[in-house]
Write a protein that binds this ligand. Structure first.
Ligand SMILES: Nc1ncnc2c1ncn2[C@@H]1O[C@H](COP(=O)(O)OP(=O)(O)OP(=O)(O)O)[C@@H](O)[C@H]1O
Length: 237
């Protein structure tokens, strides 16, 4: 099957700094695909370049065969790509419902879809009328993902959802992310190898703005030598 997203030799500059040095990546359709790498390796820059928040200076990004390299971020979003940034982009002073409503195309909910989201993330129903700042760190992350899937998406980019969360919360998130991945494709940036391993079908390891390893997660998970070679680059291996 053709990949849903393809990056070919992508170079990105931030101000005068050359950050991505020719990133090539294929994201297969369906399931969870992971980018691992240490702090500052270029994970966030890769996601931001995909959604047009940074512009690739060189190389190409194709989504379902369409060249999106030079499109503006809102046009990329309209094609069906959602981005959950590390800071989650939620409004603490607004209720969960209001946060969700702002994420819809026209302010209205599809009842079936909302029911499904409440089933995947029960805390969203429980806190529906409460301000988002009342949510725990893990629940805020759930809200951020719920917002991303309030409209049906083809691809969701999620930046380090486990950052700062307790292991018990992270374990709960695994099942919820599997449910989300059953209907869409997730490109996940992580430093937590246990979480990545539980969810990922494929993995790319990035270091210093370059992809240094690509393969299946099963291969990396089952190969101690590969892990010590590549995951020493990642802080929570
Ligand atoms: N706004 C910016 N201005 C200057 N340099 C930046 C900026 N944003 C990122 N960088 C640099 O780009 C490099 C890659 O950063 P990036 O955020 O993509 O890394 P990351 O792998 O996501 O790491 P982290 O886990 O810390 O988020 C780092 O060296 C970082 O210092």
């Amino acid at each position: 099957m053709a990949p849903v997203l393809t990056l070919e030799d992508v170079h990105t500059d931030i101000a005068q700094y050359h950050i991505l040095h020719g990133v090539s990546l294929e994201v297969p359709e369906g399931g969870v695909h992971v980018i691992l790498g240490r702090n500052g390796a270029g994970k966030t820059t890769t996601l931001r370049t995909i959604v047009g928040l940074w512009k690739a200076r060189q190389g190409s990004i194709r989504f379902r065969g369409q060249d999106i390299t030079r499109l503006q971020t809102p046009d990329i979003a309209r094609l069906g790509i959602a981005f959950v940034p590390e800071n989650m982009g939620i409004f603490g002073g607004l209720t969960v419902e209001e946060n969700m409503r702002l994420a819809t195309a026209d302010g209205s909910f599809d009842a079936e879809r909302l029911k499904r989201i409440h089933a995947i993330f029960p805390a969203m129903a429980q806190f529906w009328t409460k301000p988002a700042h009342a949510l725990s760190g893990g629940q805020k992350q759930m809200l951020a993902v719920s917002r991303a899937i309030i409209e049906k998406r083809d691809l969701i980019l999620i930046d380090e959802p486990t950052k700062g969360l307790a292991p018990a919360i992270i374990r709960n998130m695994i099942a919820a992310f599997r449910e989300v991945a059953a209907e869409t494709t997730i490109l996940l940036v992580e430093q937590n190898f246990h979480f990545a391993k539980a969810l990922g079908q494929t993995v790319a390891v990035i270091d210093d703005g370059r992809i240094v390893h690509r393969g299946t997660m099963a291969e990396l998970a089952g190969d101690a030598a590969l892990q010590s070679r590549f995951l020493s680059l990642s802080v929570e291996a």
